[in-house]
Design a binder for this molecule. Structure first.
Ligand code: PGA
Length: 251
C-alpha cells in the first residue's frame, strides 16, 4: 500500500452553511486530480448538511475539527467521536495548534482524544508543530518528537493506518510565511524516521505526512514536490474554491 496524497482543507470557524455548500459544490464540480484524497474540515454545524449535499461519487470526504474524549455524558457543548461516527464522518482533526493554545489541549488530553476517536472508528488527522521561539532555539525536531511520543506513540502499528500526521509550524499558520520546502522536508523526514524507529519501515512508508502553514495555490507545487511531503492541511486558501482546486492539482 503506497501512502496517499491528501489535500485537506481546514475551514476553521468560517462560512455560513449556505456559503459552505456553495464552496463544496464548486470543488465537487471543479476539475480535480482523482488520485488526490480531498478532505474538508468544516465547522460541526456544517457536517450534516454537507454530508447530504456532497455526492459520494465526488470522493470528497469530511472531517470534524475536534471531538471530545468521552463517548457520552455531562459535557455541555461537546461532540463525541461516536456522534461523528453516527453521522458517518470519516475523519477528525486533533491537536491543531489553535486548540492547543486557546483550549489548552495538552499532549495527554490529545492522547485520550485519539484513543476515543479510533475506538469510534474515525480516522485522525493529528497536528503537531513548533512555535517560533522553539524554531529559533533549533529544538523543533525534539519538540515535535515529544508531541508524537506523548500523544500518538501509544497506538499499535495496526492502528497507525488510521492516522494522518500534519506538521504545522505555528509561525507559518495564517501568517503568509511558509516554511521553505527544505524546512518542511527536514521535519517530514525526521517524523518518518521516528515512525520507522517506533513502528518499522512499513508503517513509516505508508503514513501520509501533510504540511500546513500558509499553503496556497502558488506555493503548493514546490512544497508537495518534497519526497516526504504527502500533501497539505490548508486553512485560508481552502476557503476559495479556485485556489483550493489549484492546491489539489499541485501534486
Ligand atoms: P493556513 O492555516 O493555511 O491559513 O496557514 C493552516 C492551518 O491552520 O491548518
Amino acid at each position: 500500500m503506497a501512502r496517499k496524497f491528501i489535500a485537506a482543507g481546514n475551514w476553521k470557524m468560517n462560512t455560513t452553511i449556505k456559503e459552505g455548500i456553495s464552496l463544496a459544490q464548486k470543488l465537487q464540480d471543479g476539475k480535480r486530480d482523482v488520485n488526490v484524497v480531498t478532505i474538508l474540515g468544516v465547522p460541526a454545524t456544517h457536517l450534516y448538511p454537507l454530508k447530504k449535499k456532497i455526492k459520494a461519487s465526488s470522493k470528497i470526504l469530511l472531517a470534524a475539527q475536534n471531538c471530545h474524549h468521552k463517548v457520552s455524558g455531562a459535557y455541555t457543548g461537546e461532540i463525541s467521536p461516536a456522534m461523528l461516527a453516527d453521522l458517518k464522518i470519516p475523519y477528525v482533526i486533533l491537536g491543531h495548534s489553535e486548540r492547543r493554545e486557546y483550549n489548552h489541549e495538552d499532549n495527554a488530553l490529545l492522547a485520550s482524544k485519539l484513543r476515543a476517536a479510533l475506538d469510534a472508528g474515525l480516522k485522525v488527522i493529528f497536528c503537531c508543530g513548533e512555535a517560533l521561539d522553539i524554531r529559533k532555539a533549533s529544538t523543533h525536531v525534539a519538540h515535535v518528537k515529544t508531541q508524537l511520543v506523548e500523544s500518538l506513540f501509544f497506538l499499535s502499528a495496526a492502528e497507525m493506518k488510521n492516522i494522518v500526521i500534519a506538521y504545522e509550524p505555528i509561525w507559518a499558520i495564517g501568517t503568509g510565511e511558509t516554511a521553505t520546502p527544505q524546512q518542511a522536508q527536514e521535519m517530514h523526514q525526521a517524523i518518518r524516521s521516528m515512525l520507522s524507529k517506533k513502528y518499522g519501515k512499513r508503517v513509516a512508508e505508508n503514513t501520509s505526512i501533510l504540511y500546513g502553514g500558509s499553503v496556497k495555490g502558488n506555493n503548493a507545487k514546490e512544497i508537495f514536490s518534497q519526497p516526504d511531503v504527502d500533501g497539505g492541511l490548508v486553512g485560508g486558501a481552502s476557503l476559495n474554491a479556485d485556489e483550493f482546486l489549484q492546491v489539489i492539482n499541485s501534486f
